[in-house]
Design a protein around this ligand. Structure first.
Ligand SMILES: [Zn+2]
Length: 501
């Protein structure tokens, strides 16, 4: 056994080295790479992916994995879990012809640039041929890996959140829709009175960065194991707990966007920094699942970052950083503004209450696309109708409509629903955490140390060593139930908007 484990570790080290190279290339592509480099880059990325594919599907690898799989009960639990997962993805991978896989990877190395161009000019037709290719490949992929138990769009959903299928999301979203849509109408019928003179001001970018640095210390982000750069679309990207980077975007006329993007991404980053360092060289150092990852970013962004408790302690610092802009503004004014409920076009800027509606729109469209009810060319028109129907607003152009998010350009279908699920997870985790200590009161220490510690012990340390549903049950001490999320939202916003519950 020892010999075969060693052989396995050799293969794993090589896979990790290739993945590390791809991680760095991707980071560079999204942050600093010159625009002219992408044609060549797509070839290099294609080759690296081909090498990983060959290594994973090699006969020698299969023999080793199968032997370890057979003897998995004798392995330590972490290695055993890794082998089970390896075998699972190997089985899938082998079903996809290598030529198609490499071609697809090459396409994905340039498709985000095409999307960016289309977004810039607000013209979906520029992106349409690329998106059609991505969707075509994804449909072929589904056919390759389909089984009796798992078919169609469910394959994609399951890939981003194991164990969640169309029937689960249908149920989840219909519950949200029934409860939240009428509640949003009640909330938006009322208005809040507060001083919003700070909103239409100019915020020098250097000062914004200075405050974001401060937020990093508040959230205890370890900058010896991470850094921040700028990109079109904020994201977090890591390679083990010792290297967790994130990006942000800064606009002089929008301070709020940079602040909450930072808190959101730092939520993701803290998760990965707090994974047990012993998992570093395994394939399990990432988060437990997409929804679990998103539960952490949304937890920090909304439950912590949009709470009164948080700003009670950090608003004075904010006011001091932007003295002129915040003249005469009270913490309460700021708190009300950052929790303002207003149906809007951009998902990432949406308020906490209307946010899941944006996800519902994506989910509906993806589902129809992969059940062949609609075609790629129809998407912008359908998008605009749905936004009107669910949010009651007109979409002025594709940039603020269907082109706003990068995900489809990266081939990520089935990913969006995990955002809403993550938000719901966050509310239930918050409820459990409050049984152990008064979460919002703990913020009086001017940092999130107590919160981070609880999350480390109950969730972060485990990385991806358990199945997502098991991990959720461990941290929430119970099965998932969307009623906690609905209850959390209704309570918070009833109080803010002085509505009877
Ligand atoms: Zn996120």
């Amino acid at each position: 056994m020892t010999k075969i484990i060693k052989q396995y570790e050799n293969i794993r080290n090589k896979i990790n080295a290739y993945r590390f190279a791809l991680f760095l290339v991707n980071w560079d592509s999204e942050t600093e790479a010159p625009s002219g480099c992408f044609i060549n880059r797509s070839k290099q990325v294609g080759t690296l992916n081909e090498e990983i594919y060959k290594l994973q599907t090699a006969k020698e690898t299969s023999i080793i994995i199968n032997q370890l799989y057979k003897n998995r009960k004798q392995l330590d639990p972490i290695l055993s879990h890794e082998i089970v997962e390896f075998k699972r993805s190997l089985n899938r991978m082998k079903k996809v012809p290598i030529k198609e896989f490499v071609e697809y990877r090459k396409l994905l190395a340039v498709s985000p640039k095409t999307w960016q161009q289309a977004k810039k000019t607000a013209d979906f037709s520029l992106f349409q041929p690329t998106l059609e290719k991505i969707v075509d490949y994804t449909k072929r992929y589904i056919k390759y890996v389909e089984t009796k138990k798992n078919q169609g769009y469910d394959i994609l959903l399951d890939e981003y959140e194991r164990g969640y299928k169309t029937k689960d999301y249908d149920l989840f979203f219909s519950e949200l829709k029934d409860e939240l849509v009428p509640f949003i109408q009640k909330v938006t019928a009322k208005s809040l009175e507060y001083n919003d003179a700070f909103v239409n001001q100019t915020y020098p970018i250097e000062k914004q960065k200075e405050f974001v640095k401060y937020l990093e210390t508040v959230m205890q982000y370890d900058t010896t194991r991470g850094l921040m750069k700028e990109s079109e679309h904020p994201f977090t990207s890591g390679f083990g707990p010792a290297d967790v980077r994130y990006t942000n975007h800064f606009h002089e006329d929008n301070l709020i966007s940079a602040l909450f993007s930072a808190i959101h991404e730092l939520g993701h980053a803290i998760y990965e920094q707090q994974v047990n360092p012993e998992l570093e060289n395994t394939l399990l150092w990432g988060g437990g699942s997409m929804a679990l990852h998103e539960s952490q970013s949304r937890f920090f962004e909304n439950i912590i970052g949009r709470s009164r408790g948080f700003w009670k302690h950090h608003f004075p610092r904010l006011k001091n950083t932007f003295k002129k802009q915040f003249k005469g503004i009270k913490a309460k004014d700021f708190y009300q503004y950052i929790n303002l409920v207003k149906p809007s076009l951009i998902r990432t800027e949406a308020d906490e209450l209307t946010y899941p509606i944006h996800i519902m729109i994506r989910y509906d469209i993806e589902k129809d696309l992969f059940t062949n009810q609609i075609q790629v060319k129809d998407i912008p028109a359908i998008w605009n109708v749905k936004v009107k129907e669910y949010l009651g607003i007109e979409v002025p152009n594709d940039r603020e409509g269907v082109l706003q998010d990068i995900h489809w350009a990266c081939g990520m279908f089935g990913y969006f629903p995990t955002y809403a699920l993550g938000s719901a997870y966050a509310a239930q985790i918050f409820r459990t955490m409050n049984k152990d200590f008064k979460v919002l009161k703990s913020l009086k220490n001017k940092n999130t140390e107590e919160v981070n510690y609880w999350l480390k012990i109950n969730l972060h340390q485990y990385g991806a060593t358990m199945k997502p549903k098991v991990l959720f049950k461990t941290v929430a001490r119970g099965n998932f139930n969307p009623k906690y999320y609905i209850r959390y939202l209704i309570r918070k916003y009833s109080k803010l908007y002085q509505l009877d519950q």
